[in-house]
Write a protein that binds this ligand. Structure first.
Ligand code: ARG
Length: 466
């Protein structure tokens, strides 16, 4: 392509090297910003005419022309050209092809530096909206499944060792609260992402009497920049979104890890729905938790995206630097991963087959009521350290004969400590252990129901607000 056909070609005598064109170009991926770019340009053109910077007729032609461009992109007939570098110059060049002279006025009082930042902010904001909807949907599924299993018990663990019985509903709700906080983080990040940088121009503002606030309003943004250098040169909004994404993936990955363990026959707490598992080409008995494994694995990509952008930004002097063009691909990739993972997890949890009988068996094998026996003795005046020791001996005794503590006879128990009475039988019930943990936020069924009610109320308010 001849030098003069580059929008910035005026001062250049030689054409760009082909490999450099590819190296510096971004259109192959930043064309994903076309809708934001067109919306931003329409708002900019209208403002230019309101401010008397361009004529109303020119603005109308620009807006109509941009709609034609949008139509071509949607129809798949738009010709993206690598020689035109990026989405902005591709769209502007086509606009001018379509409408002639007025197209050349669109860029008045604007630079690609504020333009790209606006497009990216609009894009990131839209994705944060989507993420928060997906998070709410996942919370809804988890709260629903927790409601079915408020009274299903499984071994709670610490150090991955059987610790105390908990309600499966309580366990699922732990994740629901994590995802609810992620939702809050999305909404909070959105406040700062949805701010318009348009009007900062290249770096210093412009000599044209722009009205950035009206552009922000038309684009339904929260407000405008206060410092032109800051406006074009920070990407903290994308970093915040990526941090939210990494936290979402970290939470999903932990849940995946548990599902992978639970699907192992040694646990057997879940039967993976067929639609979310795969078989082995050689071992006929296999049912592999690939979806959960991939989600755990893909977490690395999102962490990588956050680190990529943090590293890009760390040494940049004010204001715009071309390094910042590298902000988009990591975000696009992270967005795909976060959105797909959230959607899949909601479906998978809805379809998950829980196996309460296997959980019950594990309670017994893990002596999950040993703390109850120790507490029982301590409540009867046995010093806790001693009570702990007696309960330990009871475990050893039961283990020898493959029984649970609740299967030991009263005589056997009294042989270990004469403070034990017949009322111990009730205490050793797993249900009792769970029911008695009714402190705020505890695992007792009524506390589980309380959490579900709180989450449902929150979901309802979200729906009403939308
Ligand atoms: N494609 C560029 C980017 O994504 C647009 C801004 C280019 N600005 C410039 N001064 N070369 O960052």
């Amino acid at each position: 392509m001849s030098t003069s056909s580059k929008p910035w070609g005026g001062r250049f005598a030689e054409p760009t090297s082909k490999i450099v064109e590819r190296y510096t170009g971004s259109v192959r991926y930043d064309k994903a910003l076309y809708a934001q770019d067109i919306a931003g340009s329409k708002a900019h053109a209208r403002m230019l005419s309101r401010q008397g910077i361009i004529g109303q007729e020119d603005a109308n032609k620009i807006v109509a022309g941009l709609d034609l461009v949008l139509g071509e992109i949607h129809a798949g007939t738009f010709q993206w050209k690598e020689s035109l570098e990026d989405v902005h110059m591709n769209i502007e060049a086509r606009l001018t092809e379509l409408i002639g002279e007025p197209g050349k006025k669109l860029h008045t009082g604007r630079s690609r530096n504020d333009q790209v930042c606006l497009d990216f902010r609009l894009f990131v904001s839209a994705r944060l909206e989507v993420w928060s909807e997906l998070l709410a949907a996942l919370v809804k599924v988890l709260a629903g499944r927790a409601g079915e299993h408020a009274e299903t018990l499984l071994p709670g663990t610490t150090h991955l060792q059987p610790a105390q019985p908990v309600s499966l509903g309580h366990h699922l709700l732990a994740y629901a609260w994590m995802f609810r906080r992620d939702h809050e983080r999305c909404r909070d990040a959105l406040k700062r992402a949805a701010v318009s940088p348009l009007g900062a121009a290249a770096l210093a503002g412009t000599t044209f009497p722009l009205d950035p606030a009206s552009v922000a309003e038309e684009l339904q943004l929260n407000g405008t920049f206060r410092n032109s250098l800051d406006a074009v040169s920070d990407r903290d909004f994308a970093l915040e979104a990526l941090f939210v994404g990494t936290t979402v993936m970290m939470h999903l990955s932990r849940l995946c890890e548990e599902l992978i363990l639970w699907a192992n026959p040694n646990f057997g707490y879940v039967a993976l729905p067929d639609a979310y598992a795969t078989g082995s080409s050689i071992m006929p008995q296999k049912k592999n938790p690939d979806v959960a494994e991939l989600m755990r694995g893909k977490t690395g990509r999102v962490y990588g995206a956050l680190f990529t952008l943090m590293t890009i930004m760390k040494g940049l002097p004010l204001a715009y630097n071309r390094d910042m063009q590298e902000d988009k691909e990591p975000f696009f990739d992270a967005d795909r991963t976060v959105s797909d993972s959230l959607a899949i997890m909601a479906e998978m949890m809805q379809a998950m087959g829980f196996r309460p009988e296997k959980m019950r068996q594990a309670l017994k094998l893990g002596f999950l009521n040993a703390t109850e026996l120790a507490d029982y003795l301590a409540a009867r005046g046995v010093p806790f350290r001693e009570a702990h020791h007696v309960a330990g001996s009871a475990v050893a005794l039961a283990e020898k004969s493959g029984r649970g503590l609740e299967d030991l006879s009263l005589e056997e128990l009294r042989g270990l400590c004469d403070k034990i009475g017949p009322d111990v039988a009730e205490v050793l019930q797993y249900e009792t252990a769970v029911k008695r943990r009714d402190t705020p936020g505890g695992t007792a069924p009524e506390r589980v129901e309380e959490q579900i009610a709180a989450l449902e109320k929150w979901l309802l308010e979200l729906e009403k607000g939308a």
